[in-house]
Design a protein. Structure first.
Length: 373
């Protein structure tokens, strides 16, 4: 009579879109998961929790490197398959148009990248371009409105709130902080600490986490406005000669994100009135359809139906995303740590791809260990 082998236990540290995606893929790979984080999707919105402020749409950027592009391809396919399988999910698949005021070498490189990345990408004709724009394209993509939930994790694992001084503290009783179970009906009051590995999905937390202290991490501040405009069905962006960008991301709910800013090394946690005004003015200039139909001829920014002003800190990293394995010394043993952070503004659009890569790294390492034994 055979006895079933208990699943190996792993920690996933961080509950943003990267941590949640990694936890789900780890559960699917057969691991028992304990998700540990200071902030969860069920909490009030906070500047500490980047994922709740995301737009978010899938627009692959040419300068992010082939590795991230690979993660993005996997994630895009996952979103499309999800919509095909479950039509009621809030993911919206639809058209998106991009325009540039100056057709520079960078703009050409972006257009060439879109041609390779999005199968239905087409160049816009001159008669399709907004006033002042020199070049544009259209393709089908996905918008993802805060697809964050710990419920899939709780179905196959457990979640705990804790503020970790270091990853090592998970294995050091004297340094371990209190653990509060999230979803107490399914998460035991006492977490198991016999993990075979740790996934580090801490985003900007990697700057200060005791045994990571990744000085390559920095914030890229993003300021956007959440509007109500259910008649907007297509995404839209304009890149101006001065580098500013106006973008519109529709959601299946009828809400729309209007953005935005990209401000490196800016930690300011709340909206700036002058920036809000500029985003609104550029928005109705570029896309007057944001206004109700009866207001478009003579409307102003005051006619926008504003739900919320949003500020988030993108988890940027010099050298790009970090998806690799290191190890911790714990009680004389080496414990694998798979890092998965530093996605910048591409967290949602690379989430499933980087999660699968992180889990594959751990599975490969554990398989090698088993072969040596």
């Amino acid at each position: 009579m055979s006895t079933a082998t208990a699943p190996q236990h792993v920690f996933v540290v961080g509950a943003g879109v990267i941590g949640l995606s990694t936890a789900i893929r780890a559960i699917e790979a057969g691991f028992a998961v304990s998700l540990v984080a200071e902030t969860f999707p069920v909490d009030p919105k906070s500047i500490k929790y980047t994922s709740c402020w995301a737009g978010a749409n899938h627009i692959s950027l040419v300068d992010m490197g082939e590795r991230l592009h690979g993660f993005e391809r996997v994630t895009f396919d996952t979103f499309v398959q999800l919509v095909e399988r479950e039509p009621d999910v809030p993911v919206m698949v639809g058209p998106n148009r991009v325009h540039v005021q100056v057709f520079s070498a960078d703009a050409k490189a972006t257009s060439d990248h879109f041609t390779r990345f999005y199968s239905d990408y087409r160049l816009l004709g001159e008669n399709e371009l907004p006033p002042g724009m020199k070049h544009g394209g259209e393709f089908t993509t996905a918008s993802v409105p805060r697809l964050l939930s710990i419920h899939p994790v709780l179905r196959g694992g457990h979640a705990y709130r804790a503020t970790l001084p270091s990853l090592t503290s998970l294995f050091t009783p004297s340094a371990r902080p209190p653990f509060e179970p999230i979803g107490s009906e399914v998460s035991p009051p006492t977490a198991p600490f016999d993990a075979v590995a740790v996934f580090n999905c801490t985003g900007l937390g990697a700057l200060t986490l005791g045994d990571v202290m990744d000085s390559a991490m920095y914030p890229t501040r993003g300021e956007t406005i959440l509007l109500r405009a259910p008649w907007i069905k297509a995404g839209f962006s304009l890149t101006y000669e001065d580098g500013h960008i106006t973008y519109v991301i529709p959601r299946k709910s009828g809400d729309v994100i209007l953005g935005g800013t990209f401000q490196p090394n800016d930690w300011h946690p709340t909206s700036r009135p002058e920036t809000v005004k500029l985003i609104k003015e550029r928005g109705i200039y570029a896309h007057p359809e944001l206004l109700p139909e009866e207001k478009r001829a003579n409307g102003s920014i005051d006619d926008l139906d504003v739900i919320e002003e949003c500020v988030g800190l993108r988890t940027s990293r010099v050298g790009g995303v970090r998806v690799e394995m290191t190890s911790l010394v714990t009680a004389g043993d080496l414990t694998p740590v798979v890092h998965n952070y530093g996605h910048g503004g591409c967290g949602y659009q690379s989430s499933w791809g980087s999660a699968e890569a992180a889990v594959a790294i751990l599975l490969g390492a554990l398989q090698k260990d088993n072969q040596r034994q």
